[in-house]
Unconditional design. Structure first.
Length: 185
């Protein structure tokens, strides 16, 4: 994957498949500390200790349609090859938490990418999952909660209404740009 936003999308898809009611994504771009941090936490089914150990192996997958699972192993490799760290914690019946850090200025760090489309896609992917995004760039912050958006829209207007999708895309785009993120749109 050529951008980190696609890794975020891949991990979010895992959370949705794991029937997460809440999916939290935190992105911290710290130019002062030369660090990019991506945290993804869900309250889905979780994994046992053995699965957590095996999921970073590219030749392990729980899917029946293919014999490899490259998403998490590639994300881990990208973080570690950019003077960063990778941590995956999970507990059955509780959920999963992934933390990846990167040296922001590392020459091999792939760009954050099209975060707008990634966040909108995740928000629309599962009406049963509440997405909470918090994105920091140094001392600026953008937050989004699909639970709050649904509450404001009321029961009669779904998130996948074309006018809501258009507004959501513009809202996410403007706010990510407004905090000075390196993400592209």
């Amino acid at each position: 994957m050529r951008e980190l936003s696609l890794h975020i999308l891949d991990i979010a898809q895992n959370s949705i498949v794991a029937e997460a009611a809440t999916l939290r994504i935190v992105i911290i771009e710290s130019k002062k500390e030369d660090r990019l941090t991506v945290k993804i936490k869900d309250d889905g089914r979780g994994m046992d200790e053995e699965t957590v150990k095996r999921v970073v192996d590219p030749f392990y997958t729980t899917r029946t349609t293919r014999k490899v699972g490259l998403g998490i192993p590639m994300f881990k490799e990208k973080a570690e090859s950019c003077d960063g760290d990778f941590e995956l914690k999970s507990e059955l019946g509780v959920g999963t938490e992934l933390n990846a850090t990167f040296r922001l200025s590392h020459i091999d760090r792939v760009p954050l990418g099209n975060l707008t489309d990634t966040i909108v896609t995740i928000a629309l992917a599962s009406p049963k999952t509440d997405l909470i995004l918090t994105h920091y760039v140094d001392d600026q912050k953008f937050s989004l909660s699909t639970r709050e958006i649904r509450r404001m829209l009321g029961e009669d207007v779904p998130l996948d209404n074309i006018d809501v999708v258009r507004w959501l895309r513009e809202y996410v785009h403007e706010n990510i740009a407004g905090i000075g993120s390196e993400a592209v749109y």
